[in-house]
Design a protein. Structure first.
Length: 336
């Protein structure tokens, strides 16, 4: 092969190869993009810009109201009496220099013989003392009003007859505040129903008391813890005859009798015979204030009632009182 033929052959081969490559290129350009999906996705897709970065915000703690400072609990005050107050004076017996006795009637259960007792007292011209509970007063307002209307004396016997010391009922003693509530509640009821007052006389349920009871009562305006000299024992179920005999045999000057108005006691039906028997012995019958020596009402404060100067005052007043007719023993408003 001459050189001319050789180069013509080479040029022909190159032209043929170039035409083949051009056809393949056209097919590639006219093809749908789906023919090469992954490449198309990789090449034609623009990168999605990342979302704008929001700077992290440190959460602010919610603002709660500042709690008000709680003061420490106030300790219970020591058992002290108000200025001028003194412990209640325990009274078991009155003036022994005169032939006078006091009748007192406790009312805490049912109305019982209360009406009959009031009738008997009225028929005999006697003013007695009545120690009622607040609960009894609430249930028997008309009887209470009659007592006041007919001139009888009232004693605070607490609201529901709860033992103040717990000794009689085997229970915990009442607190000072509970004792005050017992006395204050009854006093409020009596004042609301009658306008009268039970102060300054109270009688502890069951006759149970201690020094703290007298302190607490004195702090509420009760100067006298009224107990008794003679218990009729009617509440124990004694017969009328036994009650009458006991009351007559135990009579003594200044004695304070305790009876009960309830139907469980025969004190009411026995009353007229007791009055007749005591008057037959020369006794004047009155209320608790009637038998107290005036010195007790003037003083009425000390734990030791008749010591030193008080004893001399007591003697002088007893001597003066002894000259007064028994019928004039009732105390005036000024003496109260």
């Amino acid at each position: 092969m001459n050189p001319r033929s050789y180069w013509l052959a080479v040029i022909g081969i190159l032209v043929f190869a170039s035409a083949g490559c051009g056809g393949r290129t056209g097919a590639s350009l006219s093809a749908s993009p789906s023919a090469s999906p992954s490449r198309s996705a990789t090449i034609s897709a623009r990168p999605t810009p990342p979302p704008p970065t929001t700077p992290a915000v440190t959460p602010t703690p919610s603002l709660l109201p500042t709690p008000a400072p709680v003061p420490p609990p106030t300790p219970a005050p020591a058992m002290t009496l108000p200025p001028g107050a003194s412990p209640a004076l325990v009274i078991r017996k009155g003036d022994a220099s005169r032939r006078i006795v006091a009748f007192s009637f406790d009312a805490g259960a049912d109305a019982g013989f209360a009406s009959q007792i009031l009738d008997t007292l009225a028929a005999n011209g006697i003013h007695a003392s009545f120690g009622m509970t607040g609960r009894w007063a609430e249930r028997n307002p008309e009887l209470l009003r009659r007592m006041v209307r007919e001139g009888h004396h009232l004693i605070n016997h607490t609201y529901d007859h709860a033992s103040m010391t717990g000794a009689s009922t085997k229970t915990a003693p009442l607190s000072r505040e509970q004792r005050w509530e017992e006395l204050d509640r009854t006093e409020a009821i009596v004042q609301q129903l009658t306008g009268a007052t039970t102060k300054p006389y109270f009688r502890p349920p069951y006759g149970a008391y201690d020094a703290s009871v007298n302190e607490d009562a004195g702090a509420r305006g009760y100067a006298y813890n009224v107990l008794w000299t003679v218990d009729s024992h009617g509440w124990m179920g004694w017969s009328a005859g036994a009650i009458i005999q006991r009351c007559q045999e135990n009579a003594e000057p200044g004695a304070i009798y305790v009876f009960h108005v309830g139907s469980a006691s025969q004190d009411g039906p026995s009353l007229q015979a007791i009055i007749d028997g005591l008057r037959g012995q020369g006794y004047y019958i009155g209320s608790v204030p009637d038998v107290l020596p005036r010195s007790a009402l003037v003083r009425g404060r000390s734990r030791r009632p008749f010591v030193g100067a008080a004893a001399r005052l007591y003697a002088r007043l007893l001597e003066r009182d002894a000259r007064r007719p028994p019928g004039l023993a009732r105390l005036s408003a000024g003496d109260e």
